[in-house]
Design a protein around this ligand. Structure first.
Ligand code: TMP
Length: 216
């Protein structure tokens, strides 16, 4: 039976350059002969993309925090069954723009939901599946928000306060500090060329670790 693929997630606050990082990492992994798919959350399926629209569009009425959390996990369940799990089973690598660390950061750190609630849903929806490696793009909130504003119209999350994003960032950094095996933190406030160098170092480590375990 083929070895299971690697599940790699990219995380970070708003405007930290995740998309550029994803493109770069995808290119690097393809050059190394990795068979991979690239996907994102919320989204990744037709159902998930509809849920994403619900979550990101600016609405007249406010969305209840628990309703938001359950929508995120509804999209995640569909994404796992339809896309992520089948790919990993076939030995393909999955490169995913955000996953459950974002839920801890935004819904617990930002919204104040009890992490025990997220942990319950995580087990219910994912079973034992967790990312093999997570790359966290970290930058001060002021830097990220300035970039996000440059991109144009702000979505429902991007309209949150700086306090909200400070709490998101702190939560991400605390999780990364607790799980240094899985997380690699990249200082995304550096010039693009330096960020790419850091990303390449991380990518090389991930590929070498996979080769030494026979997973590539
Ligand atoms: P992005 O495509 O810019 O990453 O936008 C996705 C937004 O959704 C971002 O503001 C973070 C938010 N989000 C959550 O609040 N919780 C989650 O679990 C995920 C995956 C995303």
């Amino acid at each position: 039976m083929a070895a299971k693929g690697l599940f790699i997630t990219l995380e970070g606050g708003e405007g930290v350059g995740k998309t550029t990082g994803m493109d770069y990492l995808e290119q690097y992994l393809l050059e190394q002969g990795v068979d991979l798919i690239v996907t994102r959350e919320p989204g990744g399926t037709r159902f998930g993309e509809r849920v994403r629209n619900l979550l990101l569009e600016v609405q007249q009425e406010s969305m209840d925090d628990m309703a938001e959390l359950l929508l995120i996990f509804a999209a995640r369940a569909q994404h796992l069954r339809e896309v992520i799990e089948p790919a990993l089973e076939k030995g393909r690598w999955v490169l995913c723009d955000r996953f459950t660390d974002a839920t801890y950061a935004y819904q617990c750190g930002g919204r104040g939901i009890d992490p025990a609630a997220v942990s319950l849903l995580e087990t219910l929806v994912q079973g034992a599946l967790r990312p093999n490696a997570t790359i966290l793009f970290d930058a001060p909130v002021s830097v990220g928000m300035a970039r996000a504003k440059d991109r144009g119209e702000l979505d429902r999350f991007e309209r949150e306060s700086n306090n909200f994003f400070d709490a998101v960032r702190e939560n991400y950094l605390a999780r990364a500090a607790q799980d240094g095996e899985r997380f690699r933190v990249i200082d995304a406030s550096q010039p693009l060329a330096t960020v790419k160098e850091s990303l390449e170092t991380v990518a090389v480590q991930i590929v070498e670790a996979a080769r030494s375990r026979g997973a590539l």
